[in-house]
Design a protein around this ligand. Structure first.
Ligand code: DGL
Length: 290
């Protein structure tokens, strides 16, 4: 894509950039889609590894944490756009982030609408963290967009851990996926599921394994490509010029513990070494039980 206007990026940065925020490696599934569509966009990553996993934390603990961390990370890297590359965070904190920030905020919406449209059987599975599955936002999305399609909710926190393990180089076995696959296919209505929504950004990283070990072929949909299109729309809206190649981005983390593992997982992106951001005061940390 070549954008034509000569508006310069925020803070005099040589090229436009986006910050992708997540609790962990889920940001990678979103970043791959963005990089494919917008190869000249510089990508920074904001990883709240100090509060990983998000899926089992309360809304009261997560919302202020997400807003404070993402705000601090955006200020640190000077990105033009914030991409919340996390369904758990998006279903919870988008309004608060948009209120706080003047930069555009792009969030991940579980692909319920496309899945309902793609399903021939009229039954889909929505696979997500416990937080996302139980969220008011998700229920509203289903009632507005499932369009009469039956939705089987599948909380799958273990897939978050398994995606992190895969990015550390571990091989994921059918045995490790068996319980999740049972929750999709061996429940009432499961025999009719022909489409699954991967409603956690960690899960597309396990798409091959899920497809390989599923009892029969189905469609596995996620929102990564839609996010990339939305980021492109914003670049055009902001009239930012995208160069041929992206510049080196920053990797910002909230915990020193595991920082080298995070750096290794993101090695496919041009990044300067991991930088530790202390969480702003007043925000829950791991030491503060929810
Ligand atoms: N990648 C995240 C999501 O999309 C969160 C996983 C977690 O930290 O539980 O929901």
């Amino acid at each position: 894509m070549a954008l034509t206007s000569a508006h310069s990026s925020k803070g005099g940065n040589p090229s436009p950039s986006a910050l992708i925020f997540d609790s962990g490696v889920g940001a990678i599934s979103i970043a791959r889609e963005i990089r494919q569509r917008l190869p000249g966009l510089t990508l920074h990553f904001g990883i709240d590894n100090g509060f990983f996993p998000y899926g089992d934390k309360t809304e009261q603990a997560l919302r202020p944490r997400i807003v404070e961390c993402a705000t601090a990370m955006l200020a640190a890297c000077g990105a033009d756009i914030l991409v919340v590359g996390c369904n758990t965070a998006s279903t919870l904190a988008l309004p608060a982030l948009r209120e706080r920030l003047r930069e555009p905020v792009v969030g991940v919406v579980p692909a319920v609408k496309p899945a309902a449209a793609a399903s021939h059987s009229g039954t889909i599975a929505l696979i997500a963290t416990e937080g996302t599955v139980n969220r008011h936002y998700t229920r509203e999305l289903i009632s507005q967009f499932a369009n009469g399609t039956q939705v089987i909710n599948v909380p799958a926190p273990e897939l978050v851990t398994l995606a992190e393990a895969k990015l550390r180089g571990e091989t994921i076995t059918g045995e490790q996926l068996a319980a999740v696959l049972t929750r999709i296919f061996a429940v009432p209505g499961g025999e009719r599921v022909d489409t699954a929504v991967l409603a956690c950004t960690h899960f597309p990283l396990l798409r091959d394994e899920l497809a390989r070990f599923a009892p029969r072929p189905i469609q596995w949909l996620d929102s990564g490509a839609a996010i990339a299109r939305r980021v492109q729309w914003w670049l055009e809206e902001l009239q930012l010029v995208q160069p041929q190649t992206a510049a080196t981005g920053q990797l910002l983390c909230t915990a020193a513990d595991g920082l080298s593992t995070v750096c290794a997982a993101f090695a496919e992106f041009p990044l300067s070494g991991g930088t530790l951001l202390t969480c702003p005061p007043g925000v829950n940390t791991l030491a503060d039980p929810d």
